[in-house]
Design a binder for this molecule. Structure first.
Ligand code: PLP
Length: 383
């Protein structure tokens, strides 16, 4: 049975005041998540030292993230950010041999490019796969870049600039055929689309809790396929990465046998309270139903934009996009501000404004957005 999306809107108070189309930056706050922040405060005020609960929260986030991705909890590191997870992983890779190439794409979020470029002094060669004339990056462009010297293909799932979704199964096939591993930065997709790391045959994946996962900033995950964990020894480490956190051994580095070896120090505890609540909420709604709803909303939004003569730059095909609709504007920052004056919350990147949808949006949100865009097109439509 389809979830009652209309009823769920009541759980996000901002929706009564705003047309909230900004989940690709950060999600609307759910009552449950607010209550989780408050529970943290209560525990600190009334219990004082509740270390055992702290650890339980972090483990709960690990287990819920594993469930979300169809992974095992031991394959999940709970990190402070995507960047922290990427850095820990990069520190475990060896670029000194002939297989030193890292293939990324023109669609990357900066951190998934900068961190690989930061490995250049360690021998890494970073190759960017360019977009084609239509703005998309087709599989043949990846085929040209991925070869026997490729160690890692590190790609975004959905582009944060234009909402385009890459052909992940196709890229994984190309990479594995050449013996390269694949890292998916799914931060712009996880929670808005259904992601199964096993079905996609991913080797690594990163994402965080701030956007479609309904949580907060400062907490993220790194998935590492179980068969690689033992062979990867991160030099970015810390006491929470050790096999026995309580050992307090200062004579050696003894990494955990699980993906926890990619963690570092004391977890972001208050964030874990919030992330746990967000993940529980999202899993109760269910990502297959959320994906279906997001495609229906974005499809409708793109059709309506076309009708008002201001087509989006996001690919129209479902298999080439996620939950964000990007629209080119003469002054994207100015347009976003004008929309905000009309209680429509969007964000802007480069020349585009981004309207990011989640299950709590509805057709009325699409219509409010379209009505405002129609009113503003004289000043901002670049066409
Ligand atoms: C696709 C993508 N990757 C990575 C990040 C950054 O992650 P973090 O700040 O947790 O390192 C973002 C944040 O907006 C993102 O959209």
């Amino acid at each position: 049975m389809e979830p009652n999306f209309q009823a769920l809107r009541k759980e996000f108070p901002v929706l009564a005041r705003k047309t909230y189309l900004n989940s690709g930056s950060y999600c609307a706050l759910a009552n449950d998540v607010k209550a989780a922040f408050e529970a943290y405060m209560e525990d600190r005020l009334l219990v004082g030292a509740n270390w055992d609960v702290w650890i339980t929260k972090n483990e709960s986030v690990r287990a819920l993230t594993a469930k979300l991705l169809n992974a095992a909890p031991d394959e999940i590191a709970v990190t402070a950010s995507v960047s922290a997870g990427l850095n820990a992983l990069a520190s475990a890779l060896d670029f000194s041999g002939p297989r030193n190439k890292v293939v990324i794409s023109d669609f990357e979020f900066p951190t998934n490019a900068q961190i690989w470029h930061a490995q250049e002094p360690r021998g890494a060669r970073v190759v960017h796969v360019p977009r084609a004339a239509d703005g998309y990056i087709p599989l043949e462009n990846f085929a040209k870049a991925i070869d026997e010297n490729t160690q890692l293909v590190a790609i975004t799932h959905v582009c944060f600039r234009n909402g385009a979704k890459l052909d992940i199964p196709g890229i994984v096939r190309l990479a594995h055929a050449k013996g390269a591993k694949v890292l998916l930065d799914c931060y712009q997709a996880v929670g808005s689309l259904d992601i199964d790391v096993k079905a996609l045959e991913l080797d690594f994946a990163v994402g965080g809790m701030l956007k479609y996962l309904l949580g907060t900033a400062g907490i993220a995950f790194l998935y590492v396929r179980d068969s690689f964990i033992q062979s990867l020894l991160p030099t970015n480490s810390g006491w929470f990465a050790q096999a026995d956190i309580g050992a307090m051994d200062i004579t050696a580095n003894r990494p955990a046998p699980s993906a926890r070896r990619f963690e570092a120090g004391t977890p972001a505890v208050v964030n874990a309270y919030a992330a746990e609540a967000g993940l529980k909420f999202l899993l109760a709604v269910g990502t297959p139903a959320i994906e279906k709803r997001n495609y229906a909303l974005t499809r409708r939004c793109m059709q309506r934009l076309q009708e008002i003569g201001w087509a989006s730059v996001t690919p129209v095909e479902d298999e080439r996009r996620g939950a964000t609709v990007a629209v080119a504007a003469r002054d994207s920052g100015g347009l976003s501000k004008e929309l905000m004056k009309r209680d429509i919350v969007t964000s802007h990147r480069d020349k585009n404004i981004r309207a990011s949808f989640h299950f709590y949006n509805n057709d009325d949100d699409v219509e409010s957005f379209i009505a405002a865009m129609k009113e503003l097109r004289g000043s901002f439509n670049p066409a």
